[in-house]
Design a protein around this ligand. Sequence first.
Ligand SMILES: NC(=O)c1ccc[n+]([C@@H]2O[C@H](COP(=O)([O-])OP(=O)(O)OC[C@H]3O[C@@H](n4cnc5c(N)ncnc54)[C@H](OP(=O)(O)O)[C@@H]3O)[C@@H](O)[C@H]2O)c1
Length: 292
Amino acid sequence: MYAVTGATGQIGGRVARLLAEQRHDLRLVVRDSGRAPHLDGVDVEEATYGDFDAMRAALVGVDVVFLVSATEAEDRVAQHITAVNAAAAAGVRRVVYLSFLGAAADATFTFARDHWATEEHIRTLDGVAWTFLRPCLYLDLLPLWASGSDAAIRGPAGSGRATWVARDDLAAVAVAVLTGDGHDGQTYDVTGAPLSLEEAAAVLGEAAGRDVAYVPETLAEARVSRAPSGAPAWAIEGWVTSYAAIATGEMNVASDTVQRLTGRTPGTLVEYLDSHPDAVEHLRADEPHEGK
Ligand SMILES: NC(=O)c1ccc[n+]([C@@H]2O[C@H](COP(=O)([O-])OP(=O)(O)OC[C@H]3O[C@@H](n4cnc5c(N)ncnc54)[C@H](OP(=O)(O)O)[C@@H]3O)[C@@H](O)[C@H]2O)c1
């Protein structure tokens, strides 16, 4: 029996659909069953990561869980730890955790430090095998990095590149790891083709039929330009350091994981925009959009 958390979301939803298509025994663990995908013969349980009892009850009888990392929050590591402790208490044998590229205690991207702390905790669990998936930034979100009436990408990324990965490719990797053998104790970088923000702006501009510029900022300028959002300091730090980690090269990691585990060639931004022309609608319509 597989369980997929975060099935109301993008990655969990894709993984759930693929596992259901393959007719695996499957349970979705979601916060609101009313928003769970409708899949024939699939159980749905409600639980939130921070609720140990609900998570344990939702995972009883499950062998392998795909744990989608929680939405960013100040206490996200504590939520993850509660969720994986509940999985262990429920008797789950394997956890496949959706981590992030370059997860480390001193990662420039502050949200990647949460993933490292979660990974470290999972390693300590007795009798639970684990696999960590470490994707780069989602290619699908890249169009939204351009925002404002001038459709610019602004941030302290210097001239660095990131190996953006499409959610479809990541979901296919997750299913291969969940259903295949030999993945226990493995950590996989899940990455696509390298692209700088200047290169991305050119591709987005071509697709939208207008100029899209990359405007490099310093870290200090980036903090100031995000302050009017009213977001808490930890969130702003996460946003700006995602760019800073592009500048340092931490987001530019080559891997053959997608090709090797799925047989797919990782999707590119041009391909993504060909198949999702609406992804640049906010740029075409010249509608202000709140970027990050
Ligand atoms: N690599 C990247 O570029 C990137 C970008 C953004 C986020 N991420 C990370 O990758 C994860 C998956 O991405 P995605 O695109 O699938 O995100 P998504 O569409 O927002 O889905 C997140 C899923 O996780 C569930 N969830 C969030 N916090 C939870 C909690 N505390 N307890 C239980 N369930 C929780 C959500 O439930 P609800 O529907 O109830 O909210 C949703 O089903 C995100 O959650 C985030 O950690 C990565």
